[in-house]
Design a binder for this molecule. Structure first.
Ligand code: PLP
Length: 406
């Protein structure tokens, strides 16, 4: 239950920095990270926060200071992690389309391992490592062909997805990788999707990967780690049966313990998702013959999840009101897809009221754009009873930075 004090703090922040505004809780982020870290106990492990979920420098710094590793998917994310003080040795580099320049930067920075997604990529990493006189540790990202029951856009572990190498082809690819003198097969990785509420497919994938690792070891590969990706879901609405991090990790432990491997996981959403809210103000109430609309000052460019994945975000007024309405909550962007909620039962709100869009810490700001020439929102970090701006609201000048007038 959200306390009145919390709502009051949010209102103070919104009144001071304006809306729309993302607010994150440092305590909630660290609590989720420690839930993962402590659940592993004495099993050798590395919790690599998936930077793409929320890449604000201050959040990365919080996690780096707590001892987190990082899962990155681009050179830009590597740049951020290094700037935030992350330990390069605890970085794993995922993604299907790493460029040569990104690979070179990663090797020069001394990252821990590459999660490779194709033989072509292995060849490029080998060539760049050779040029730099280095040996690169890699894991193949295998596709275990299990179905994570989630939105099709964020399911990644089926045979016809672009991700990874089919698990049945993996032994041959590891065997051929022996020809690459500057590569060392150190692990096997997989990541089957995101917002997974029933994690049994992840356990199924873990079993398949462990079997593969036994084969690889029998073939003489010195496999030392297993990377099971991220993907644990969070509760977006009441009644979502969101899995407990502790139980999930206990189930993984049981499987991995006897294998004598270091385990890496790459959680993103489950660390930051419920640690963030998007604050917005009601601009207008509007009624068409068939519908009520609550027009707010946040839009799909600020939080695209409802438009992109039909995602549900709870929306609550920061001040208790009586009555209720059934309405679409929509932004100012010129698209019918610009809504944060549809046919939603809401307390009676009035123009000027502040609303909190809940569970907006993951895949929120990072997917924000300047569509309709809207500056991206300010970001605020709350630590205990104090708060500070960790990214300024963009200005109109920011909107045209880099553009040339002919
Ligand atoms: C997106 C992604 C993650 C994080 O997924 P969450 O659902 O946010 O936990 C981890 N690993 C890889 C390779 C990813 O692409």
């Amino acid at each position: 239950m959200i306390s009145a004090d919390h709502n009051k703090l949010l209102a103070t922040i919104a009144n001071s920095v304006g809306t729309p505004c993302y607010v994150y809780s440092a305590d909630a982020i660290l609590a989720a990270w420690h839930a993962y870290d402590t659940a592993f106990g004495d099993l050798p492990h590395l919790v690599c926060y998936a930077v793409k979920a929320n890449s604000n420098l201050s959040l990365l710094k919080l996690l780096a200071d707590a001892g987190a590793g990082f899962d990155i998917v681009s050179g830009g994310e590597l740049f951020r992690v290094l700037r935030a003080g992350g330990d390069p040795k605890k970085i794993v580099f995922s993604g299907v389309g790493k460029t040569e320049a990104e690979i070179e930067l990663a090797l020069q920075s001394g990252i821990g391992a590459f999660n490779c997604e194709s033989e072509g990529e292995l060849a490029v990493i080998n060539a760049v490592a050779g040029r730099l006189g280095l040996t690169a540790d890699f894991s193949l990202r295998v596709n275990p062909d299990v179905n994570a029951d989630t939105h099709p856009y964020i399911s990644t572990g089926l045979r016809d997805h672009k991700f990874g190498i089919d698990i049945s082809d993996a032994p041959a690819v590891y065997a051929r990788s022996r020809a690459f003198r500057n590569l060392r097969a150190a692990g096997v990785s997989c990541h089957i999707g995101s917002q997974i509420l029933d994690y049994s497919p992840i356990l199924e994938a873990a079993d398949k990967v462990l079997t593969l690792i036994e084969h690889l070891k029998a073939d003489g590969h010195a496999i030392r780690h297993i990377d099971l990706g991220g993907g644990l879901g969070i509760a977006y609405k009441e009644g979502d049966a969101s899995p407990s991090i502790a139980t999930f990790i206990a189930d993984l432990r049981e499987r991995v313990e006897r294998a004598g491997l270091t385990i890496t996981i790459e959680p993103g959403r489950s660390i930051v998702g419920n640690a963030g809210e998007l604050l917005t103000r009601v601009l207008y109430l509007k009624q068409s013959p068939s519908k009520h609309f609550v027009v707010i000052d946040a839009a799909m460019n600020d939080l695209i999840r409802p438009a992109l994945y039909k995602a549900h975000h709870n929306i609550r007024p920061l001040k208790a009101t009586g009555g209720s309405i059934l309405a679409d909550v929509v932004g100012p962007v010129c698209e019918t897809g610009d809504f944060l909620a549809r046919d939603r039962e809401l307390p009676d709100v009035q123009p000027g009221d502040l609303l909190a869009v809940e569970s907006a810490g993951a895949y929120g700001f990072v997917q924000a754009s300047n569509y309709n020439s809207r500056p991206r929102p300010v970001e605020v970090l709350v630590e205990g009873n104090t708060w500070r701006v960790v990214r300024k609201r963009e200005t109109w000048e920011d909107l045209i930075r880099g553009e040339e007038l002919i």
